[in-house]
Design a protein. Structure first.
Length: 95
């Protein structure tokens, strides 16, 4: 599910302001996604929580960027490279 969200956010939406999206809109979309899963019968213990979905989304952004590097980068790429770098930096500093 996170890969689909990453693809939607990068390739399927018009995002005009990176800061506004990353500081609020993205979280609101993730909350809506979780609520819709639950409304459609996914049990609370089976649906991801916001933190889990956010971490999965970060990794999905990395995977999408990796794939795009081979085929061409498009869409809302203005935030993708910086986001991926932050994710990779956070992984290397956790050791």
């Amino acid at each position: 599910c996170a890969k689909d969200l990453a693809y939607l956010f990068v390739c399927g939406m018009d995002i005009e302001d990176e800061a506004t999206f990353e500081q609020g809109q993205e979280r609101a979309y993730l909350q809506l996604y979780i609520a819709e899963l639950q409304a459609r019968g996914v049990a609370d213990h089976e649906a991801p929580n916001l933190e889990e979905l956010g971490k999965a989304l970060d990794l999905a952004y990395c995977d999408l960027y990796r794939w795009m590097c081979g085929w061409g980068i498009w869409g809302n790429s203005f935030f993708l490279e910086a986001r991926v770098q932050r994710v990779l930096d956070s992984i290397t500093t956790e050791d």
